[in-house]
Design a binder for this molecule. Structure first.
Ligand code: HEC
Length: 142
């Protein structure tokens, strides 16, 4: 009888051990899929950013000069004047010329940046704002 019970003991120990290994394997596989998935998502983003330098430069300038009031494409001062696609369209601001003009000259509480930016930098900022607006500010790093 003793041998019988210890036999059962061994069997249950054995099966518990197997489950632990099974779940560990499932976890490792899940992690591998997760990391693989992340790389799959990140690679096109990296490729795109190296191809579109002006937008990247615009992103950096936006981070330094605009996020204080426009974080995530919002407008923290006048919420309805945000930088979302529909809003920009509504106020005739979905155009590089309009955005560049407003950055240079300001509007109401928005400060005029004057000649602080070169024409190329202004273009990069406008391109970035319009690009983010199109993506609903989902890929912004700000
Ligand atoms: C001190 C806060 C502040 C800063 C900094 C600021 N803005 Fe603004 N921005 C505003 C306000 C306020 C408005 C709304 C102006 C109005 O129409 O009365 C606005 C409006 C805009 C609009 C038009 C939005 C719309 O829906 O009509 C754009 C585009 C814009 N800002 C871009 C920028 C960019 C690009 C920068 C950085 C170079 C910047 N802003 C920096 C406060 C700011």
């Amino acid at each position: 009888m003793k041998g019988f019970w210890s036999g059962i003991g061994v069997v249950t120990e054995q099966s518990r051990f197997d489950w632990a290994r099974h779940w560990r394997r499932v976890l490792v596989r899940g992690l591998a899929i997760g990391i693989g998935g992340l790389m799959w998502v990140a690679t096109p983003a990296i490729a795109a950013s190296t191809l579109t330098m002006p937008i990247q430069e615009g992103a950096a300038l936006f981070s330094m000069n605009c996020v204080a009031c426009h974080i995530h494409g919002q407008n923290l001062i006048i919420p309805e004047k945000n930088l979302h696609y529909e809003t920009l369209r509504t106020y005739g601001m979905y155009s590089a010329d309009a955005i560049m003009w407003q950055v240079r000259h300001g509007k109401n509480i928005m400060p005029a940046f004057g000649d602080q930016f070169s024409p190329e930098q202004l273009e990069a900022i406008a391109a970035y704002v319009m690009d983010q607006a199109q993506q609903d500010w989902k890929t912004t790093s700000d």
